[in-house]
Design a protein around this ligand. Structure first.
Ligand SMILES: *Cc1c(COP(=O)(O)O)cnc(C)c1O
Length: 497
């Protein structure tokens, strides 16, 4: 299997090259040249395997240049109870009849990003070796909270790599800040920036594309790579849990082999729901893919009208990991939906860069409508939903997952569709204790972060993840805070060059 760029179908690279490069030089994203299939018999057989073996089985279809031993080296290191507080890795919890919560947050940083970022470092270092890249891989990350911590945990002490994360000093939650400042490992660095998330992101991008810095790194046998979901190595691990959860539901007798399911995903950068789309097109029987957004509802409008328009107000919400106006992975979906039409993609994404807006063809609109349902809700509805689920089902869910539950309820009311449904649960409620506690108790709490966690633990059946429980006793290692103008010098100093 080869990988093409969404902006040039002629480009052909191996998966190892796609993963080390991260993004194609023409600005496009790498996509496999075909979608491999999985039969229902194969899916059934997965039911008897461990999560790591299910993952290896799926990866063999995509990473065809990796040997079996290389794939198992990656999966065995990433998906073990050393890193995840659940035997099944991706745990399924029954919310109510026919509705299942796919809890993707039992990893070291308590958000679903761990499912991919625990394995990406192994993919990257293995890929680099395969293509004889004898360089140290430098990961630079701009984060609004969850990705930075998940990347730090994934890359910590992974040989041949070094990671440096920038976060906006005032833009992350106290818990997220603590998580990053106390990060352990010998190859990690964390720095606050006096600015917002966009400043972090722009700064990192400017460093990535600076030829002088690139040459300096080259002279020192180093290279940059990306841990964002534009990297195929972050997307492919996410396909696994949709296939795995289907196999699990069959095994448990919840559904019959061949039954269709709906999949609901709280969406930001469109990575997670794109993985569900891939699972469907490999052969998992899926009825509707339900795309749930918060009040930053650019995707809802796009799926419903075919017009993508980012020229709108940006809102900071209680589901911050979905506060995003440019969903990068949509480019991969549209490439597939247009029959791999790289010209159309260049046209639309050129317009997005120039005018912040584009409209897809009627044919593409019809396909979007056929496969997806889209909805959104605001913070008040999100909190109301957390309250109702807690009262009705004694289940505590985080703010992002609550957005998905609310949109799913709207979908059912509108369509009457009773197909069994998997809801992607993307973060532990403890990661957003303040909002969750406020939703359950009906008033804002004046406790500090740790006391809020303790209070939530009294109310909830879900136990406190040890990674969050331990935070209170950890030393803060990283207290640097810099102006955005000094990012470049800071990076070079940090790398010792
Ligand atoms: C990143 C994130 C999302 C959004 O996922 P995308 O793949 O960017 O669509 C949703 N919920 C949580 C908790 C996240 O961290």
């Amino acid at each position: 299997m080869f990988y093409n760029s969404t902006r040039n179908s002629e480009i052909k690279v191996s998966s190892a090259e796609a993963i080390t490069q991260g993004i194609s030089a023409d600005g496009g994203l790498f996509v496999p040249d075909s979608i491999p299939s999985i039969t229902l018999d194969e899916v059934k057989a997965l039911g008897d395997m461990s999560y790591a073996d299910r993952a290896a089985y799926v990866f063999k279809k995509y990473l065809t240049d990796f040997s079996d031993a290389e794939i198992h080296y990656c999966t065995d290191n990433a998906y073990s109870t050393k890193n995840f507080e659940s035997e099944s890795i991706a745990e399924i919890s029954h919310l109510f009849d026919g509705t299942y919560m796919l809890e993707l947050w039992h990893g070291p940083t308590c958000a679903f990003k761990d499912m991919a970022l625990q394995i990406l470092p192994y993919f990257l270092t293995t890929s680099a070796k395969k293509i004889n890249l004898d360089k140290k891989i430098i990961i630079l990350v701009a984060t609004s909270g969850d990705t930075g911590k998940a990347a730090l945990e994934g890359f910590r002490d992974v040989e041949g790599t070094q990671i440096l994360v920038f976060y906006p000093e005032q833009g992350v939650s106290p818990m997220q800040k603590r998580q990053m400042k106390t990060q352990e490992g010998d190859n990690v660095g964390v720095c606050a920036l006096k600015g917002n998330f966009d400043d972090c992101q722009n700064g990192v991008k400017a460093i990535f594309t600076n030829d002088d810095i690139k040459n300096t790194l080259d002279e020192n046998s180093m290279m940059f790579s990306s841990a964002n979901s534009i990297n195929w190595g972050r997307l492919v691990p996410q396909i696994v849990y949709y296939i795995s959860s289907y196999a699990e539901l069959v095994k448990d007798g919840e559904i019959q082999l061949g039954d269709k399911i709906n999949i609901v995903v709280p969406t930001g950068n469109f990575g997670n729901i794109l993985a569900a789309y891939y699972a469907k097109h490999m052969g998992i029987p899926v009825n509707k893919l339900i795309c749930a957004s918060n009040i930053n509802n650019v995707l809802t409008d796009f799926i419903n009208t075919g017009v993508y328009d980012k020229n709108r107000r940006f809102y900071a919400t209680c589901s911050p990991s979905m506060d995003i106006l440019i969903s990068s992975n949509l480019e991969r979906l549209l490439y597939l939906m247009t029959g791999r039409n790289d010209e159309a993609i260049k046209d639309w994404f050129g317009k997005l860069a120039a005018e912040g807006k584009y409209e897809v063809s009627d044919d593409t609109k019809a396909k979007l409508n056929d496969e997806f349902y889209a909805g959104y809700c605001d913070d008040a509805q999100t909190k109301k939903t957390i309250h109702e689920i807690y009262e009705k089902y004694s289940y505590t869910c985080d703010t992002h997952t609550a957005v998905a539950v609310k949109v799913y309820e709207d979908y059912k009311r509108e369509t009457g569709d009773m197909t069994k449904t998997i809801i992607a649960s993307t973060a532990s409620p403890y990661k957003f204790s303040a909002s969750v506690l406020e939703a359950i108790e009906g008033k804002a709490s004046d406790l500090d972060e740790y006391d809020m966690v303790a209070r939530l633990a009294e109310l909830s059946d879900i136990s406190v993840p040890s990674a969050l429980a331990d935070l209170k006793n950890k030393n803060e290692r990283f207290n640097d805070s810099i102006e955005k103008e000094s990012m470049k010098d800071y990076v070079l100093k940090n790398l010792g060059i």
